[in-house]
Design a protein around this ligand. Sequence first.
Ligand SMILES: *[C@@H]1O[C@H](CO)[C@@H](O)[C@H](O)[C@H]1NC(C)=O
Ligand SMILES: *[C@@H]1O[C@H](CO)[C@@H](O)[C@H](O)[C@H]1NC(C)=O
Ligand SMILES: *[C@@H]1O[C@H](CO)[C@@H](O)[C@H](O)[C@H]1NC(C)=O
Ligand SMILES: *[C@@H]1O[C@H](CO)[C@@H](O)[C@H](O)[C@H]1NC(C)=O
Ligand SMILES: *[C@@H]1O[C@H](CO)[C@@H](O)[C@H](O)[C@H]1NC(C)=O
Ligand SMILES: *[C@@H]1O[C@H](CO)[C@@H](O)[C@H](O)[C@H]1NC(C)=O
Ligand SMILES: *[C@@H]1O[C@H](CO)[C@@H](O)[C@H](O)[C@H]1NC(C)=O
Ligand SMILES: *[C@@H]1O[C@H](CO)[C@@H](O)[C@H](O)[C@H]1NC(C)=O
Ligand SMILES: *[C@@H]1O[C@H](CO)[C@@H](O)[C@H](O)[C@H]1NC(C)=O
Ligand SMILES: *[C@@H]1O[C@H](CO)[C@@H](O)[C@H](O)[C@H]1NC(C)=O
Ligand SMILES: *[C@@H]1O[C@H](CO)[C@@H](O)[C@H](O)[C@H]1NC(C)=O
Ligand SMILES: *[C@@H]1O[C@H](CO)[C@@H](O)[C@H](O)[C@H]1NC(C)=O
Length: 818
Amino acid sequence: MVSYFAYFLFFTILLGFFFQPCFQHPLCQRDERVALLQFKESFVIDKHASSDDDPCAYHKVNLWKSQAMDCCSWEGIWCDQDTGHVIGLDLSSSCLFGSINSNSSLFHLIHLQHLNLAFNHFNYSKIPYAFANLTTLTYLNLSKSFFSGQIPFELSKLASLSTLDLSDSCIFGLDEGLLELKRPNMRSLIENMTSLEYLRLTCVKINSRIPNMLANMSSLRTIRLGSCGLFGEFPSAIFQLPKLQVLIVSYNHGLMGNLPEFHFNSQLMTLGVGITSFSGKLPTSIGMLSSLEQLYVYGCNFSGLLPPSLGNLTKLQQLVVEENSFIGTIEIETFLKLKYLNTLLLSSNNFSLDQDQLESLEVPFNDITGQIPQWISCLPSFSALYILDLSFNMLEASLPIPPFSINFFLVSGNKFSGEIPPEFCSRTSLVILDLSHNNLHGMIPQCISNFSKSLLILNLQENSFEGPIPTSWVAGNNIKEIKLGQNNLQGKLPKSLTNCRMLEFLDLGNNHIRDTFPSWLGTLPNLKILILHSNGFYGPINVPKSDAWFPNLRIIDLSYNGFIGLLPIEYFKMWDAIANVDKANTVYWHTSDYFQLMDGGIYTNPYPYSMTITNKGVKMEYAKVLEIFSAIDLSCNKFEGEILDVIGSLKGLQLLNLSNNILVGPIPQALGDLKNLEALDLSQNKLTGSIPTQLTQLNFLEVFNISHNQLTGTIPTGQQFDTFDNSSFYGNSGLCGLPLSRKCDDSKGLPPPSSTSKGNEDSGLLAEFGWKTVALGYGCGFVVGVVIGNIVFARRHEWLMRTYRIRLSRGRRMRRIQ
Ligand SMILES: *[C@@H]1O[C@H](CO)[C@@H](O)[C@H](O)[C@H]1NC(C)=O
Ligand SMILES: *[C@@H]1O[C@H](CO)[C@@H](O)[C@H](O)[C@H]1NC(C)=O
Ligand SMILES: *[C@@H]1O[C@H](CO)[C@@H](O)[C@H](O)[C@H]1NC(C)=O
Ligand SMILES: *[C@@H]1O[C@H](CO)[C@@H](O)[C@H](O)[C@H]1NC(C)=O
Ligand SMILES: *[C@@H]1O[C@H](CO)[C@@H](O)[C@H](O)[C@H]1NC(C)=O
Ligand SMILES: *[C@@H]1O[C@H](CO)[C@@H](O)[C@H](O)[C@H]1NC(C)=O
Ligand SMILES: *[C@@H]1O[C@H](CO)[C@@H](O)[C@H](O)[C@H]1NC(C)=O
Ligand SMILES: *[C@@H]1O[C@H](CO)[C@@H](O)[C@H](O)[C@H]1NC(C)=O
Ligand SMILES: *[C@@H]1O[C@H](CO)[C@@H](O)[C@H](O)[C@H]1NC(C)=O
Ligand SMILES: *[C@@H]1O[C@H](CO)[C@@H](O)[C@H](O)[C@H]1NC(C)=O
Ligand SMILES: *[C@@H]1O[C@H](CO)[C@@H](O)[C@H](O)[C@H]1NC(C)=O
Ligand SMILES: *[C@@H]1O[C@H](CO)[C@@H](O)[C@H](O)[C@H]1NC(C)=O
């Protein structure tokens, strides 16, 4: 190869030497040069035309100069050596922004064979039918370039195409692609493209069956049809395509099929059927796929055992079988043979782990005396593994010790017991350590707080850890999330937590911590969620120090503690993040929180920003909860004094719970300013006076509770107030009017008869709003959130039904399609 090239180079130089005067490749054709310049001029060059993931290079076309006569020398263009015709145009990621139609001068370049306009922004134009005039095209790439609408029928005339990439980008479950393929359907689009090798229509709305003839297109090497709305039976003959290397049909919920018996001459490297209705077993013959590097069968209906022949797939890098009904023992030995395995996601199945194996696993690596199980010697081959997710299986016995290479180690939701082995202290590559929901006990090793600056997420929630919170949080650490809730931790909060400058989420709920309010945490610039409920916190919440006012706090839960004194009014004045909820500024996730699978899926980790809620009965995954949900829960303490008007400045607040305190005085009118409020609970206090009518302006209020106070007067009517039932009000002997049975004396304030129409129906609805679940969610230390959306109250009593759900194992993934 090298020598051949050298030979070629030699000849070229030689030719150049001898024929220099007349050796000049032909200049580009004038009309084509004009067409190119016109094409360029029809766009704005906009740095934001490409997505953030794929920043564009705006100099690419900017360097095209009308002066430089030979357009063949321009960047992104190549010409035929003999004729000088432009045959290749690669303007991918060139920051082009603007509309395009069939009159574009682009279509004068009729000799084009290779055309790549991917990653630009064509302003939602339709794909011009004039592409069909470029009959010599063999490569057409319009990926992620903001075309929209129906793909034109004329494209089907491009019979010479070997590559067709019309893939769009979309985020699964949150949005969809812009392009549609209905007429032509997929079959007529590609039926005459007999040399097609690469077909990528990811995120195009195809919404049909997969045509059988795909199995007849024997040149196909790559088929990427993720998130296309495909359904029906998957034609299994496609698996037998002789040259097929990549087959991805992930995120087509309605697509059914089985994996066939494979043959050893298969060239498959990537097989993705995640989030489909594929079912059945993984055939033993899967071990024949000797080229296989990625296998994605997550979120399907597969069952049975993982075939040990997986251990034959020596090139395997990613194995993702989560969320199926696989059973059986995880044979560590199977995976130890896989040298290149870097991602092993087995969560949410019914696996168990062989106890004997586990005990062997605990043999210290450097203990070379004694009987070492045979596979231990293979451990170095595990060195590639950086993601191991065994969450939500039925694994028991003691914790397996992860390999040194590990970044994400997740074993949440099993029955692991015992203490955290000291070996964890040496796993300094850990980025995410999630041991939550197990039966672990003992002290949390001190090293956990200082062993690694790479650690971003520590989740030890719901175990039986005891003793103090580790105290050695070192300066410069990067931890974002510390979840230690639902354990038996004691003692005080370590002041070294102030070293966690990146901390966004601190959950210590349901422990036995005895301390005063940690106002010093208020210096943490990024802290957004602070959950301290159900502990032994005591004393008053004092005026914040000037630099310690929790500048980013959105959610604070201090319920079920022993706080006394006045409400922390000074903090209320300072909590800008709650006061100014910037709904526009929503981010989905930070780069460190997910990684992308080769099928376009995104693997995210248990993280406060992602959670599952059920909206109108549909379980949905939301990643931007934090940006939009804000809550203050001070219930079940001994706060006293009045609720002051200043609370009305917390305009973004959605949940305010002050119940079960000893608050006195009136309900401030200013609460009517909390326009985003969805739940207001002031029950079980000693409030007096009447209910301010301003509260009827709270259009999103779904739950309102002022029961068990000493309020008087007429219950206001109108808006949301017509939907609250009497349990919102009872226990106030001085209140009258609907929905209470006690009539008011003065006849003028009587509500209109129509509002009697609530009763049972509404309480049923209220039950479905699921605020009990919210409370429970807090009780378990989970974050609860709501979706912003177009909340439209078309008519009275017509509610947006929302059920808030605790975020659990499933649904913690967002998958984005590429
Ligand atoms: C983008 O499309 C909109 C609506 O069709 C149009 O008003 C606008 O001028 C277009 N922008 C460019 C740069 O072509
Ligand atoms: C293309 O140009 C012709 C003549 O200038 C015009 O009639 C036609 O509407 C244009 N087509 C499009 C799609 O803009
Ligand atoms: C299309 O172009 C984009 C951007 O250059 C590239 O990432 C993608 O792989 C291309 N698609 C094909 C099928 O070559
Ligand atoms: C495309 O081809 C058709 C017929 O082959 C021709 O009538 C039309 O003018 C061509 N369009 C362009 C933009 O060259
Ligand atoms: C494919 O080619 C055949 C034969 O030339 C033709 O009859 C048919 O219409 C073509 N299909 C499409 C969708 O263009
Ligand atoms: C596929 O090819 C076979 C044999 O050439 C032929 O019998 C069959 O009809 C073709 N199927 C489709 C869907 O084109
Ligand atoms: C999974 O398979 C079981 C039986 O094999 C079936 O009852 C169930 O409906 C399937 N679930 C889905 C989501 O396809
Ligand atoms: C594949 O794996 C099975 C079971 O692990 C084994 O019996 C068989 O010999 C392996 N085949 C090859 C070709 O390695
Ligand atoms: C998996 O475990 C769950 C809970 O133990 C059980 O309900 C379910 O039937 C099991 N599924 C299979 C396929 O064994
Ligand atoms: C971590 O803490 C332990 C115990 O406090 C201490 O011995 C060790 O030096 C600390 N390590 C680092 C890197 O700070
Ligand atoms: C307020 O807190 C109390 C006690 O924690 C709880 O019972 C109640 O359900 C909460 N109210 C709302 C609306 O969440
Ligand atoms: C209001 O709170 C009381 C307890 O304080 C509870 O019994 C009642 O169900 C609550 N009502 C509503 C609507 O939440």
